[in-house]
Design a protein around this ligand. Structure first.
Ligand code: GRG
Length: 340
């Protein structure tokens, strides 16, 4: 028996521990630990889940973008440089997790997952430009404009944005057209004036204005649009593709807006606590640009509490889904506990 336990992998041992600790044994069940472990459903393993979805995402991204003639070689190289530069792939993961929660297929959601990452990458390329945050380091590498010049970087971002919509429209298979149109609309909203672009404009305009001008309400508006809008699109599009009802999509949106804000609180904390090497982007940028951040308004300790409160509220929005929400709940925890 001890030999058999010693042969278990650490993850299986953890699963066994969680299973035996959290589930009361029925009175007529044999208390032999191996029998308890085999009777219970396997515990959700977030690290394995994320790695599977990361691998799926990388393969789909790689297949999504090729130069079709020699004239497009430069722009496609520039687009691929940033798209394939790594990154955590959180938005595709959220889309997959939401679609699976409603019994949808990963295959049907993959073009949308790719589009989300294309849009996100576009926003990073543009965010790093000299006219915006002016950064020369992203995802552990020189930024797009440092290698290709501002002109090509702007156009690579534009091309990634339009390719995202083209990809969803052309490649989504086995899903009613009405759902695909809703996904295209949700993606469009997440990028526009009440999404990334509007959030970024407010963020830039508030730089250097101090805590009196930029209060918590303004900061929340900025990050609800600049950061949370695309996470909201990721989760709601996954749900829509799987055929979730309007009410269910709304629950997903509540979850996503909460984790979207938590994501930014965590980002602001990491900006002052982590190194450039850990982050893969320049640390301390917020202080340098005199940005109002959550730690600046609340202090580090309260910011950490707020991040946890937001994650708790996000999970509460999905309480009715039980174990089916385990991947989304796990991703919510990851978002505030990540190291980059
Ligand atoms: C051009 C229409 C248009 C919009 C772009 C530049 C811009 C407008 C918006 C900026 C959006 C932005 C960069 C928000 C920050 C969100 C954020 C916290 C990004 C970091 O995301 P991670 O940590 O990055 O998921 P990785 O590299 O892991 O993918």
């Amino acid at each position: 028996m001890i030999n058999r336990l010693l042969m278990l992998l650490p993850a299986q041992l953890l699963a066994l521990e969680l299973t035996t600790a959290s589930r009361p044994l029925p009175t007529r069940t044999c208390r032999h630990p191996c029998m308890v472990a085999s009777a219970a459903p396997p515990a959700f393993d977030l690290a394995t889940y994320m790695e599977e979805k990361r691998v799926l995402t990388e393969a789909a991204l790689d297949a999504s973008l090729k130069s079709s003639c020699k004239e497009t070689e430069i722009i496609v190289e520039s687009m691929r440089y940033s798209l394939m530069a790594g990154g955590k792939r959180v938005r595709p993961m959220l889309c997959f997790a939401a679609t699976e929660m409603f019994g949808g297929s990963l295959e049907a959601a993959t073009p949308t997952a790719v589009a989300l990452e294309m849009i996100h990458t576009m926003s990073l390329i543009h965010d790093d430009l000299p006219a915006m945050d002016n950064d020369d380091f992203r995802r552990g590498k020189p930024t797009n404009h440092v290698l290709y010049g501002d002109d090509v970087a702007i156009l690579a971002g534009d091309a990634l944005l339009s390719t995202a919509f083209e990809h969803v429209a052309k490649e989504t298979k086995g899903v009613p057209a009405e759902r695909v149109v809703r996904v295209l609309a949700a993606l469009g909203t997440s990028v526009g004036a009440v999404g990334l672009a509007g959030g970024q404009v407010m963020d830039l305009k508030c730089e250097g204005q101090g805590a009196d001008a930029v209060d918590m309400e303004t900061l929340t508006w900025i990050h609800t649009h600049k950061t949370a809008a695309l996470l909201k699109a990721a989760v709601s599009c996954g749900a829509i593709l799987a055929g979730a009802t309007d009410e269910q999509v709304k629950q997903c949106e509540v979850y996503a807006l909460k984790i979207g804000l938590a994501f930014q609180v965590a980002d602001d904390i990491l900006d002052v606590t982590a190194s450039t090497e850990e982050l893969g982007k320049t640390a301390g940028k917020d202080l340098d640009a005199d940005k109002t951040t959550y730690p600046k308004l609340l202090g580090l300790d309260r910011s950490r509490e707020v991040a946890q409160e937001l994650v708790d509220e996000a999970k509460a929005a999905l309480a009715s889904y039980g174990d089916a929400a385990a991947p989304l709940n796990g991703l919510a925890d990851y978002i505030i506990n990540r190291s980059n």
